[in-house]
Design a protein around this ligand. Structure first.
Ligand SMILES: *Cc1c(COP(=O)(O)O)cnc(C)c1O
Length: 381
């Protein structure tokens, strides 16, 4: 890196606030002046706008219920479906620890299956294997949580077919894929319910913690709306046990500013991805795979690099910051190692991916100059 080039960050949350400053400041001021700070009209409006944004094309009419974060969104869906102690839930080990933490939060037992090494998403064959012959002694499997990792859709046709055959609910983890599509269908509208994190780094992010659930099932939405606030079906009256996981008005108002900008942000991410594809084209490393019918939203642009440490250092010297999502699979973390049931492969592809994945800079506000700087560095690999 010579003196005139500066570092291209891997993500830049401040840039996105600065680009939207006037609208966000006005939204925050509106909430501050309103005198109402939690579960009010901003939250309700955001839920309705988010549900309407999802309910396009062939999608069923969705209902959305806001909550405190993406982990809680998964837990809220599990509670809403009556899944807890005595139930197992299948998901992947190649994900944010949050996905697995949510399963244990409700007292259910996680079962982790391997990924397709090309898409990094749940391998439907592994899912089918554990549904057909569950590990001995495991509690009955009640749900599967496919994770649309990095913004790439899971093979939902196969996953839905497998789960329907075995009477297992499907909960989409869409924390990294807001606005992504599969064969024209919005991610988060294909399963029984979907969980979205609205953490600041996500494609749709608040300026604090937030999350939202979506479902076509009005009864489930109503139940989740009660469970997120002490099980209240009406004020101070709990018909069932709940939790406290509310979306605050400040975050909801900020998210209402950002939701209409999401599709353009995803377009920009895709354009950046195409520039990186071209820069990588004749080099040793393959561009991220896109399965047929997938409209990727590039929450991360991930390249497999066996000699990762050396390549990250070479990129750093040329002013390109990179990150690893994620360096240690969930089943190899100290908190989980040795006590979580795995699919037939023992998550072998997951373990290999964790040693090779490298995420390049991608965020909507990245400048053309920054993209060119990354591309020049990639062409030199
Ligand atoms: C971020 C994330 C979550 C958790 O969201 P939080 O808002 O941090 O609780 C869950 N799953 C995946 C795949 C994520 O990336």
């Amino acid at each position: 890196m010579n003196a005139s080039t500066s570092m291209v960050p891997q993500a830049d949350l401040g840039a996105s606030y600065r680009a939207q400053k006037d609208a966000i400041d006005a939204a925050v001021a509106r909430v501050l002046a309103s005198g109402w700070y939690i579960l009010g009209q901003e939250g309700k409006a955001f839920e309705d706008e988010f549900a309407a944004w999802l309910s396009v094309g062939d999608a069923p009419a969705m209902q959305a219920v806001g909550c405190a974060n993406g982990t809680d969104a998964i837990a809220l869906i599990l509670r809403g479906l009556g899944i807890g102690p005595g139930c197992s839930v299948v998901t992947v080990s190649h994900t944010a620890v949050a996905t697995v933490a949510a399963i244990e939060m409700v007292g259910a037992t996680p079962l982790l299956v391997d990924i397709d090494p090309k898409t990094f998403c749940m391998d439907p064959a592994e899912l089918e294997a554990v549904l057909s012959s569950p590990p001995p002694g495991l509690a009955p499997i009640r749900a599967a949580i496919p994770v649309h990792i990095y913004g790439h859709a899971c093979d939902m046709d196969a996953i839905l077919r497998n789960c329907q055959e075995h009477g297992v609910a499907v909960i989409e983890d869409v924390a990294q894929a807001h606005g992504g599509r599969l064969n024209g269908r919005m991610l988060g509208t294909m399963g029984d319910a979907a969980a979205f994190s609205l953490y600041p780094t996500k494609n749709l992010g608040a300026l604090g913690d937030a999350g939202i659930t979506a479902t076509p099932d009005a009864q489930l939405a109503k139940r989740m709306g009660a469970i997120r606030q002490y099980g209240w079906h009406q004020r101070y009256i709990s018909d069932e046990a709940g939790v406290n996981s509310r979306l605050d008005e400040m975050q909801a108002a900020i998210l209402r500013v950002r939701l209409p900008l999401l599709d353009a942000g995803n377009e920009r991410r895709r354009a950046v991805a195409e520039a990186y594809d071209t820069a990588l084209a004749n080099g040793p490393y393959a561009a991220p795979h896109r399965a047929a019918g997938v409209e990727h939203v590039f929450h991360q642009y991930v390249v497999r690099v066996p000699e990762r440490e050396a390549v990250m250092e070479r990129l750093r010297l040329q002013g390109v910051a990179t990150a690893i999502h994620y360096p240690v699979p969930v089943h190899e973390q100290a908190a989980y190692r040795g006590r979580i049931a795995l699919g037939p492969s023992g998550c072998a592809e997951t373990s290999r991916a964790a040693t090779e994945v490298m995420s390049l800079p991608v965020f909507p506000e990245i400048t053309d100059v920054q993209v060119d700087q990354v591309c020049a560095a990639l062409r030199g690999l």
